[in-house]
Design a protein around this ligand. Structure first.
Ligand code: IMP
Ligand code: MG
Length: 180
């Protein structure tokens, strides 16, 4: 628990504890399982933030699926996204005629997710749906449908469970607000 002690100093408050996260993930997995019962799924994770959520989520999904990843960088500061998105890593599989589920850690302005969604739609998947663990609706700049939404949070910058501040804190097992 040395890490917890070290990082605990930077934490203002725990916003979402481990139990709440795991209940949320289970419930999302159940819904997705229901909806894709007879189908095959390509789950697309957005690196790096979504990996912790994704790895827990897919173990709650009881349908046949494959995994792929996209890495993007949105130009901007550490805490603000600009909406200009650059692909650092593209998909390895062809998603044409496949059922795609994009998994994101958090939708904030919505600019990143919107850009990715439009890009993937142009590759003619059979269907495409969106899943995000967290949603900050107060900051939205583009309307975006989150088909599988975990939890809404207030306008605070959060870290942990995959989410970072300048690449740190992804390994916290909960979602927390940082001290200023
Ligand atoms: P958007 O384009 O503003 O919706 O931003 C989406 C991306 O910004 C997410 O995938 C995160 O990587 C990052 N982000 C937005 N809000 C937070 C936050 O509170 N903590 C950590 N990363 C965030
Ligand atoms: Mg991210």
């Amino acid at each position: 628990m040395q890490n917890d002690e070290k990082m605990g100093k930077d934490i203002k408050e725990i916003l979402i504890d481990q139990l709440t996260i795991s209940e949320t993930v289970k419930s999302l997995g159940k819904q997705i399982t229901e909806d894709y019962k007879e189908k095959e799924l390509v789950v697309v994770g957005i690196l790096k933030g979504a990996i912790i959520f994704l790895s827990d989520l897919i173990r709650e999904i009881d349908v046949s699926l494959t995994l792929d990843f996209i890495a993007v960088s949105s130009y901007g500061s550490a805490t603000e996204s600009s909406g200009v998105v650059m692909f650092l890593k593209d998909l390895e599989v062809d998603i044409e005629n496949r059922h795609v589920l994009i998994v994101e850690d958090i939708v904030d302005t919505g600019l990143t997710f919107n850009y990715l969604l439009e890009n993937l739609k142009s590759r003619r998947p059979a269907s495409i749906k969106t899943c995000s663990l967290l949603d900050k609706p107060s900051r939205r700049q583009v309307e975006i449908r989150i088909d599988y939404k975990g939890l809404e949070i207030p306008d605070e910058f959060v870290v942990g469970y995959g989410l970072d501040y300048s690449e740190y804190y992804r390994n916290l097992p909960y979602v927390a607000v940082l001290k200023k």
